[in-house]
Design a protein around this ligand. Sequence first.
Ligand SMILES: NC(=O)C1=CN([C@@H]2O[C@H](COP(=O)(O)OP(=O)(O)OC[C@H]3O[C@@H](n4cnc5c(N)ncnc54)[C@H](OP(=O)(O)O)[C@@H]3O)[C@@H](O)[C@H]2O)C=CC1
Ligand SMILES: CC(=O)C(=O)O
Ligand SMILES: [Mg+2]
Length: 761
Amino acid sequence: MPRTDKSDRSISQVTDQEALDFHARGRPGKLEINPTKPMATQRDLSLAYSPGVAVPVKAISEDPSRAFDYTAKGNLVAVISNGTAILGMGNLGALASKPVMEGKSVLFKRFADVDSIDLEVDTENVDEFVNSVRFLGPSFGGINLEDIKAPDCFIIEQRLRELMDIPVFHDDQHGTAIIAVAGLINALHLTDRDLKTTKLVCNGAGAAAIACVELVKAMGFSPENIILCDTKGVIHKDRTEGMNQWKSGHAAQTKARSLADAMEGADVFFGLSAKGALTPEMVASMAKNPIIFAMANPDPEITPEEVASIRNDAIMATGRSDYPNQVNNVLGFPYIFRGALDVRASTINDAMKIAAANALAELAREDVPDDVAAAYQGVRPRFGPQYIIPVPFDPRLISAIPVAVAKAAMESGVAQKPILNMEAYAQELSARRDPIASTLQRLYERVRRHPKRVVFAEGEEEQVMRAAVSYVNQKLGTACLLGREEQMRETAKLAGIDLDRTGIELVNARVSRRVEAYTDYLYARLQRKGYLHRDCQRLINTDRNHFGACMVALGDADAMVTGTTRNYSTALEDIRRCVDVKPGHRMIGVSLALCRGRTVFVADTAVIDMPNSEELADIAEEAAGMARRLGYEPRVAMLAYSTFGHPTGERSERVRDAVRILDKRRVDFEYDGEMAADVALNSKVLEQYPFCRLSGTANVLVMPAFHSASISTKMLQELGGSTVIGPLLVGLDKSIQIVSMGAKDSDIVNMAAIAAYNASS
Ligand SMILES: NC(=O)C1=CN([C@@H]2O[C@H](COP(=O)(O)OP(=O)(O)OC[C@H]3O[C@@H](n4cnc5c(N)ncnc54)[C@H](OP(=O)(O)O)[C@@H]3O)[C@@H](O)[C@H]2O)C=CC1
Ligand SMILES: CC(=O)C(=O)O
Ligand SMILES: [Mg+2]
């Protein structure tokens, strides 16, 4: 069995300060609520509120099922906690649990397009908690209980399930059990074990542990082969201290009294307890090819490195995203609720849970297709000890799991609105997912595998320093901060930034021993463009864009990011003095606009002012190449104010010519035009042009001129609520990116990662 490979780790460590800044930045917290209907005119108000709102009120009062047609109920899940078991951190109270609950809510949205709101209920009293929640049924399509300690959680969930007519699901119990069992099915298969004779030790006897053990028994494990432990050791038949009816139900007939006793010869370890609970000695005493799921969060019972230093035959999983095999309920709850909501299930029953576990296990055994491989750190995973379960960013999850859950709900008779066409449903599900999440994830993972040395040219700026530290913390490579060391240290000290860490280099152009080489290089390029040797020396000595770009040009760094203090075109001029366009390419700017689950590439947003037809065709090729490098199959729309010849005009003729040029070039991507933006982006409008060669709405928009590109992306950002990344510089021979003036540290680090990614692709 292969060794747990440390190089497979792709640690995304963040500092405490970064975590606090992330939560505090902009509007505090992670959630906001947006209306889905216009509220602009008097008429809108009359429809949305009084008098119009009375009509759906009446309809719902006559037929409650109409609430799903006229309100947000059908896609809304409440994440509810009292904070008595926050991750593995214990009882820190309702208020302190809010960041986790907000987090769960945004994961619902991000992964499965389920709207969700967190509710923190400030009581440890079971009756009070139940009474607070039981009357909320009309508001929601489902209730996700979270981080409520055992045994209260068992009573709360049971009572709410009885009292409410919507799914009530305690994620720490069933979500965890479903994912753990899916991983276990595959690990047993890989180690050729018979589940009837496999011995399992579970450390922890709380919410997650009891549910996992119950599901494992339901799978066919022999009860006599399972031992549970808690803070007081083994839960055995004669024990009385620290017991409750749920623990008693799993008390073992055994002489083992401590976790160490129980672990001797064990085949499987489930950790649902706390950091560091499993010792190296215990791991050493396990059977051959042991299966170790150390699932405590945020820190596991034992780390994969520790296990790897003891033995090389273990299948190892943790609850964390920074090791292979993440066994975490995030793989379950968004998709399970998606399926349950879509069939209006009255409950989430065992059949639905087992269906989800099987779907997850099967997915890991399937061959990974190309577009999915991209989500796996650029390396196609193969079913085996290092890959027993899909990663949360696997784009297949959104269709595989809800479909399985919905089918199981229908077959088990709890679906109130059965789905008639499952194939169409699976397609709808895929369309719900915003691909940019996996795009950026993939990009970061790839850079972690091939870390790069990136120049942060404006090293004296506080946000640039923060970005450099974040770059290094995320294990993306080395960050070279350009500037005067004294100045950088002073700013860093005032801002509380620690620059004395491995991976951060402070580079002062004035005292660098590379000044001569860079000056000679620049002089060779510029001597016939009016520059004297001493002009070049001054540029290298005093201008950080020139110095940084020469570092990249002469191979002293892989990539560079700049732009926070200088406008885009000035920064671009600086760079172009030092770096050429890639042979056979054209330099352009591509912006990524992310809006309502859609990602579109817009070009050229940075370089060519008024492109001619030839240049428009080049822009289309460069932008399509960029989209493909980021994992999108390009569908290019050549935009104009007219569509396929109407109305006529000289400017549209230029775009039409570009299409003809692309025809002649026989490019290997879909394109068509000229067309207006609504034709390119709206499938209903596009249907009016059945001859159009695009197989779907466009994801690459080639604008007729720089100004329309720039204006439209900025309007999207300011008025349309889109996130715009870029412009990304494409077509340069070296990987250099320019951020916009005043960019935030998170924008700068994203750009640095993109620059690093381009340096290796
Ligand atoms: N990876 C994942 O998806 C998930 C992981 N978890 C993790 O599982 C853990 C437990 O969560 P949950 O079940 O919700 O919490 P609970 O509070 O319901 O249960 C905690 C259990 O852990 C036991 N325990 C705590 N410390 C130790 C220790 N050092 N040795 C032995 N047992 C210990 C407690 O023992 P006692 O009964 O004696 O107090 C209790 O039985 C947390 O770390 C959590 O992050 C939870 C859900 C999902
Ligand atoms: C993942 C999770 O829900 C927990 O650790 O509590
Ligand atoms: Mg939890």
